[in-house]
Design a protein around this ligand. Sequence first.
Ligand code: TMP
Ligand code: ASP
Length: 262
Amino acid sequence: MAKGKQIYEGKAKILYEGPEKGTLIQYFKDDATAFNNKKKAIIDGKGVLNNRISEFLLSQLNQIGIKTHFIKRLNMREQLIKSLEIIPIEVVIRNIAAGTFSNRLGISEGTDLSKPILEFYYKNDELGDPLVNEEHILALNWATQSELMHISEQALRINDFLVGLFRGIGIKLVDFKLEFGRQWNGDEVEIFLADEISPDTCRLWDVKDERKLDKDRFRRDLGGLVEAYQEVARRLGIMPEGSNIKEIKTGVSKNLTALKKK
Ligand code: TMP
Ligand code: ASP
């Protein structure tokens, strides 16, 4: 599918104009960043795995009636998505204490929370995505009251569904981040889940030994990131074409290689 011009480059993805009005192509890079871009690396194969895992999770959410920007996966690194007006809020849902929550409140990592906690962060790299509350969001007009209610309800539904899905494959969903966007139909606004859900944006721990199967392997220099993401894909039953680590790392599909040989 022909890509239009590049319209945005983020830390882990690039957005291009899509083939039709109202669509974009989302390209998954191998770049890994942490601590607001202070730590960087290129990890061969990460983009391929995130593309596939995010496709799977967003498709599952679509099936339970959550509206998402995902239309279809195009190839190993790209997917066709709806073009949305992104709401500048990162919604974090936490089931178990970890990361900045543990650091901020002095609660040991691994402590079960008696109910899921929703947090909002203002999406602004220059400010390091500061924690904000509903009052900030409403007073600064980042979202309306009804949008915020809808987003919070959807986030908790998504959490319920994903906790169960991951539990079924021996993984604890510790916490994760969501982004939402608007689509305007005249004066009516419709909210869609946007961005990605992948081991880059979730904390995933093996139920048996709490082994980390997510981007903390990079943040904390634990190594074995691609192998951990591959493990998540394998358990979800969606290892990319060929299931061959070399192929994943180069991001070239079997079909493409075969075509080139002809
Ligand atoms: P935190 O503990 O660093 O606040 O992260 C909470 C969750 O949100 C964790 O699963 C990682 C995810 N996250 C992102 O996806 N992008 C981000 O920029 C940040 C800060 C966190
Ligand atoms: N993605 C963010 C960054 O690059 C933070 C993180 O995931 O830790 O800096």
